[in-house]
Ligand binder design. Structure first.
Ligand code: ZN
Length: 349
């Protein structure tokens, strides 16, 4: 260091550079920093901070020298991720203009949450994945680019998985923490019943990791029996017979299945779900999807208790101005025989 200090900057630049590199190689961050400062080599100094993982100093230098940020963002994100600070790493990757890496981090976090049975967290991570995928779509209207359709598909699938894990969180806790039903009472049981129905409607051919279909049908069967929805209970018990049930449940499942024989064939009146759009009375489960069996209108759910809300989703024709749409919504429905008011319908899945 003494030799380096005594060197004249104007005459011995290569020698000072050599000293800086030697200090850096030997891990003497402070000495190397002084050498780079003497040289006025800001880029070299930044690289030194990054290589020595002196992130505070690197951030300060980047603040003083705009444009230098790009040099630290990516290595900083890598370092955060290597040190298990995934939430911060995800933000840092976004700053480094690497949304793909940010998405991979969240995917990793969600897989981790599922393996630890933290389904609420998994739902939240999938929701972040959905919103981040949607942000990557450049042309939402036309979906002209190949990547746009991919990101749009990713958005829809991630959103569905977020909803599925949110529902499964209720089912899983109901079965793993049986004291909850005693403390939280009937409303809790009803939410779990609704969540199990939502899962049967939405899983379709999907087999998301960590989701045990036996849990879903067991919760559905036992709660349907409890709420006297005997038709639904019968279907769920029949489905359970085709699945591998844990030995501790076999006795109870057989007993309840037997008791069902003495019960009515129909679900109790008042439990049925009426479509808000076409007023058709729907069965309690519909494995074809979470929609009305007659008109195909999607069921809008409250994601706390998974009951259906009295809402109908629709899209106004683009030719009608937003102001006019509001006026029409406030207006009375046209009388029958008045030409239908130009009404036509298109139902999309
Ligand atoms: Zn309907």
């Amino acid at each position: 260091m003494e030799i380096c200090k005594n060197l004249d900057k104007s005459k011995h630049t290569p020698e000072i550079e050599l000293c800086a590199l030697h200090f850096k190689k030997a891990g003497h961050h402070t000495f190397a920093k002084q050498a780079f400062l003497r040289l006025g080599d800001i880029k070299g100094l930044m690289k030194l901070h990054v290589d020595c993982q002196k992130w505070d100093e690197a951030q300060m230098l980047a603040q003083q020298n705009p444009g230098m940020e790009s040099l630290i963002n990516l290595p900083y994100a890598d370092w955060l991720s290597a040190n298990d600070r995934f939430e911060e790493a995800q933000e840092a990757y976004k700053k480094a203009n690497r949304p793909d890496m940010a998405l991979r981090i969240i995917e990793f976090l969600s897989e981790n949450a599922i393996s630890e049975k933290r389904f609420q967290d998994a739902a939240q991570y999938y929701w972040i994945l959905a919103t981040e995928s949607l942000k990557l779509v450049q042309d939402t209207e036309g979906l002209t680019k190949k990547e746009d359709s991919k990101y749009m598909n990713d958005y829809e699938e991630y959103l569905k998985l977020a909803e599925i894990y949110q529902a499964y969180n209720l089912v899983s806790r109901y079965l793993e923490e049986s004291y909850r039903a005693m403390i939280q009472g009937e409303l809790y049981n009803e939410s779990v019943f609704n969540a199990a129905r939502f899962l049967v409607n939405n899983l379709g051919k999907r087999q998301p990791s960590g989701i045990n279909i036996v849990y879903v049908y067991y919760a559905l069967a036992t709660l349907a029996f409890k709420f006297e929805a005997f038709k639904t209970a019968r279907e769920a018990f029949e489905k359970l017979q085709s699945l591998k049930i844990p030995p501790k449940w076999v006795g109870q499942v057989d007993m309840q299945h037997l008791k069902l024989r003495a019960k009515p064939f129909q679900d109790k009146e008042g439990l049925a779900m009426t479509c808000n759009r076409c007023i058709t009375v729907n069965p309690l489960t519909n494995s074809a999807g979470d929609h009305c069996t007659t008109c195909g209108c999607n069921i809008v759910r409250n994601f706390g208790s998974f009951d259906s809300l009295p809402l109908v989703e629709f899209t106004p024709d683009p030719s009608i101005t937003p102001v006019r749409v509001k006026e029409l919504l406030k207006a009375d429905a046209p009388m029958h025989g008045a030409g239908g008011g130009g009404w036509n319908q298109r139902v999309s899945e």
